[in-house]
Design a protein around this ligand. Structure first.
Ligand SMILES: Nc1nc2c(ncn2[C@@H]2O[C@H](COP(=O)(O)OP(=O)(O)O)[C@@H](O)[C@H]2O)c(=O)[nH]1
Ligand SMILES: [Mg+2]
Length: 321
């Protein structure tokens, strides 16, 4: 499906820090060359957590780094306890499901910013010899070593919002097109900014099902946060391909350019996803214009050109894998 592969699943290894070792040490007192045992305890190893981040939208970073370990606890030194190892917080995008790769168990799902899920515990610190001062052994030199941290293979899955995301300015006919393609029955002409959640529909074919998301309209300046622009734009990170919807009656070349610019400014990576361009409202045009990019001329209103898009999507997403 083109050069871009959506990174929505990765496998990594996480490991808690090792506990520090306990120490052997004897109390030093002025008139007693060798006092009782007072060796300190090792610090416990750091834990590993995943934490929800609202500025990440893909699992791409994990493609380059596969191993994450929290800090080890410090060994005790003499009668001083070792310091605890720092916990490690690994940021992941909202919508990330965390599984244990070996058991298949779902450990949890990150649903909001700041949410933390513990995935690997640090090891316990070892005990110093002060814990082993029993009466039968007046000068015990027994202590224990720190335990290793928990090590787990983790699979992260970023739940995809939709296979195809409809992108365009308000009123170009995105919702109408969604209805024409999928028969969803979403409300046409709905005020764009009242809801942040896209309408979803499904194209069913004998080969597979394709989900289509009607993403609320982008406006110029969206990448700078105008008109809730960023909230809308980030949905695009969770679709496999884009469908630009242009209004044929309103300077489509400029619409196309602004869409590319706003998306590119938001996150250039999204533009590497495969996309098709739809010129809508051709029922209002005298003739189909010549545009400097490939496009599908359609009318969502009278249903013209819809079948061609459906076939193309099935071909791209179901048959070519
Ligand atoms: N003539 C015509 N009007 C359309 C077509 N598609 C949508 N519209 C109208 O354009 C307006 C906006 O449509 P809507 O689907 O809500 O656009 P959205 O804001 O991009 O979701 C509505 O009044 C629709 O009836 C089309 O192909 N031809
Ligand atoms: Mg709409």
């Amino acid at each position: 499906m083109g050069k871009y592969r959506f990174i929505d699943e990765v496998s990594i290894i996480v490991e808690g820090g090792k506990g520090g070792d306990g120490a052997v040490h004897f109390r030093r007192e002025k008139y007693m060359p060798k006092g009782g045992p007072d060796g300190g305890d090792g610090g416990r190893g750091g834990n590993v957590y995943f934490v929800g981040s609202s500025s990440l939208y893909s699992l791409l970073d994990f493609k380059y780094r596969r191993y994450y370990k929290a800090e080890d606890g410090e060994n005790a030194r003499g009668d001083l306890n070792g310091r605890k190892g720092e916990d490690l917080y690994i940021p992941v995008p909202i919508g990330t499901v965390i599984l244990d790769e070996d058991t298949g168990e779902i450990i949890g799902e990150i649903l909001e910013k700041g949410q933390e899920i513990l995935v690997a515990r640090g090891g316990e610190g070892g005990l110093g010899n002060k814990h082993f001062a029993i009466s039968t052994a007046r000068s015990p030199s027994k202590r224990t070593l720190g335990k290793p941290g928990e090590k787990r293979r983790i699979r992260l899955i970023l739940k995809v919002l939709a296979d195809v995301g409809l992108v365009g300015f308000p009123n170009v006919g995105k919702t109408s097109l969604l209805n024409a393609l999928t028969g969803t029955g979403a409300k046409v002409g709905d005020w764009e900014f009242t809801t942040l959640s896209p309408n979803l529909g499904v194209i069913r074919s004998p080969y597979c099902e394709i989900t289509v998301g009607d993403i609320p309209g982008i406006i110029e300046g969206a990448s700078e946060g105008r008109g809730l622009g960023l909230e809308f734009l980030k949905h695009l990170d969770r679709v496999r391909m884009l469908m630009f919807v242009l209004d044929g009656t309103r300077d489509p070349i400029r619409q196309y350019e602004v869409l590319v610019r706003e998306i590119g400014k938001f996150r250039g990576e999204i533009l590497e996803k495969p996309r098709i361009v739809v010129l809508n409202k051709i029922d209002l045009l005298d003739e189909i214009p010549n545009l400097p990019f490939e496009f599908f001329p359609v009318s969502a209103k009278i249903g013209e050109g819809i079948e061609e898009i459906r076939k193309t999507l099935i071909n791209l997403l179901c048959l070519q894998g």
